[in-house]
Design a protein around this ligand. Structure first.
Ligand SMILES: Cc1cc2nc3c(=O)[nH]c(=O)nc-3n(C[C@H](O)[C@H](O)[C@H](O)COP(=O)(O)OP(=O)(O)OC[C@H]3O[C@@H](n4cnc5c(N)ncnc54)[C@H](O)[C@@H]3O)c2cc1C
Length: 518
């Protein structure tokens, strides 16, 4: 733990974890006292903590020019060409939270300069990798530390490891890994940042066979609140390394580089199926069939909610299944035989292909759009009573210009074989990750969105008794009351200790950031 480079021991003085408002933005940097000898990359002292601020910080033009001068990347201010595009997050619900400036970092030194400058000028900051935070946590009214230009990705044949910069997105990762026939546990959307994905654990169709994404993280470089770059790994900065494997980011510093162990991949059977007939009976056959299946199977079940238009046109809930089997088609058909015995699929794509060819059937762009989503891990079998409740809510969606769903991501097996305390990612007993979500259009009125939000909350609360403890920190949920316990469980106390040690002034602070020990 880097006690040696942090000179202030005042510790955090702010409130304990509280539910944030979706439009809450807190200053990440404070300067109520002395800022002594702030060398660009050295340790320094900042005292106190400011109250949450929604307004843009007041910073002189001279100070902005100073940042521009010290910085090797581009600094964008409002009105500059490219500012709007660079500011836009994936979840358009947060698109009006515009930064006072965007620091497009080219190097780790730029990242350090941005952090140091923010502390000198009391400017809140938010790092952004791919910008896909559900809750808009890579937006700020202060300085957006844009990592997109840190986009180097390379595979080392000797170690079997892939190294990615903090700005690398899935699209580039897929290209690099496909070229050498290996993979990691990854998600399905091209624009998601690999760093953000790994920091929150990272779920994907490979997790039942190889663990969550962060289980294979072997090293990460982090620029701390003091502007110092540390390499965190087994054998060096171990507490910080432990914490970066599941904290979900923006808590301890800004990670600039990630090294991940890969595994070889062969042919997979990719599948994308939808049933419209007998949806309840299909789901009742499908869930246990998947629960019994080999760890080589990864899947997601979706109940597509009935919209008002569906209701008018006589359509019911549709059940979809998307996923992959590291194995032949015949094995998949055997797993799904009890389901096909209930009803044939309306849409049926099943193809056995080389791994990365198969991914093309499973990946998608994924926004930007307006959405809300809530999640809960399920640590018991998802049985008939749970399904009855899920269908009841899927038939009650009041409607928006978008759509709504209830989803079950299949978890378990290898990802549950690591002890809960072995990394910050604590969720090691689940069989499913349940989530419910809706999308909407900008043209939807307040009342429409409020009614859909009520539906979402009612659905979520109704499903909690059928789930268990734990919400997924990579799907941050501003409406979750006990979020710190739900995201981190038994690891919360240690995460708070790491926070107190590496960021005692709470520079990295937002609505759901980890607070240091009291
Ligand atoms: C369409 C879509 C599909 C998704 N699919 C999956 C999936 O299959 N599996 C899964 O596990 N998750 C998935 N997610 C969730 C996603 O992994 C998380 O939202 C992740 O945090 C996104 O990372 P990002 O870099 O794109 O987002 P950002 O919004 O840039 O970052 C997310 C958070 O991490 C912080 N952060 C980002 N980079 C750094 C860094 N280098 N150092 C410190 N803090 C940092 C940000 O400040 C923010 O708080 C999906 C999300 C979307 C919108």
């Amino acid at each position: 733990m880097p006690h040696d480079v942090i000179t202030d021991t005042t510790g955090p003085t702010g409130p304990t974890d509280t539910p944030p408002s979706p439009v809450h933005d807190s200053p990440g940097a404070t300067r109520r006292g002395l800022l002594a000898g702030a060398a660009a990359l050295g340790g320094f002292v900042v005292l106190g903590r400011a109250a949450p601020a929604l307004a843009a910080p007041k910073v002189s033009e001279r100070a902005w020019r100073d940042l521009d001068r010290r910085f090797s990347g581009a600094l964008l201010r409002p009105g500059a060409s490219g500012f709007r595009g660079a500011a836009q997050p994936n979840n358009l619900l947060y698109a009006d939270r515009l930064p006072a400036g965007i620091a497009r970092c080219r190097t780790a030194r730029d990242v350090a300069t941005a952090i140091t400058w923010c502390r000198e000028h009391d400017v809140p900051l938010a790092p952004r990798g791919g910008g896909h935070s559900y809750a808009g946590y890579s937006t700020t009214r202060g300085l957006l530390v844009d990592l997109a230009a840190l986009n180097e990705a390379s595979f080392d044949e000797n170690t079997g490891r892939v190294t990615v910069g903090a700005g690398v997105k899935n699209r580039k990762l897929y290209e690099v890994l496909a070229g050498v026939g290996v993979s990691i546990t990854h998600g399905r959307c091209y624009g998601v940042g690999v760093g953000g994905f790994l920091l929150g654990g990272g779920i994907g169709f490979n997790m039942r066979l190889h663990g969550v994404g962060s289980d294979k993280l072997v090293e990460t470089d982090v620029v701390g609140a003091d502007g110092v770059l540390r390499s965190a790994r087994a054998g060096g900065e171990e507490d910080l390394f432990w914490a970066c494997r599941g904290d979900a980011g923006r808590n301890f510093g800004i990670n600039t580089r990630f090294v991940v162990e890969t595994f070889d991949v062969d042919d997979i059977t990719a599948f994308d199926l939808t049933w419209s007939r007998k949806p309840e009976q299909v789901a009742e056959a499908l869930i246990p069939a998947l629960q019994r299946a080999t760890r080589r199977l990864g899947s997601r079940v979706t109940l597509r909610a009935v919209t008002p238009q569906d209701r008018r046109e006589g359509r019911d809930v549709r059940v979809s299944l998307l996923g992959q089997l590291h194995g032949p088609r015949a094995e998949l058909l055997e797993i799904l035989a009890p389901v096909f015995a209930v009803a044939p699929a309306l849409k049926r794509t099943i193809r056995t292909l080389p791994y990365w060819e198969g991914q093309k059937l499973l990946t998608e762009e994924g926004g930007p759009e307006h959405y809300k989503e809530r999640s809960r891990f399920v640590d018991t079998p998802f049985d008939g009573a749970a399904l009855d409740e899920a269908f009841r809510h899927a038939r009650r969606f009041p409607g928006t210009g978008g759509s709504a769903s209830l989803k079950l991501f299949q978890t378990g097996k290898t990802m549950n074989e690591m002890p809960a305390r072995s990394t910050a990612f604590v969720h090691r007993r689940s069989q499913w990750l349940f989530s419910t979500a809706f999308t909407f259009e900008e043209s939807d009125g307040r009342r429409t969105v409020a009614a859909a939000t009520d539906w979402l909350d009612e659905t979520y609360e109704a499903m909690v008794p059928f789930c268990g403890e734990g919400a997924f920190q990579n799907f941050p949920d501003p409406a979750l009351r006990d979020w710190a316990t739900q995201y981190y469980g038994v690891n919360l106390a240690r995460l708070r200790e790491v926070k107190a040690a590496v960021d005692p002034d709470d520079v990295f602070r937002f609505g759901q950031s980890i607070r240091g020990s009291a």
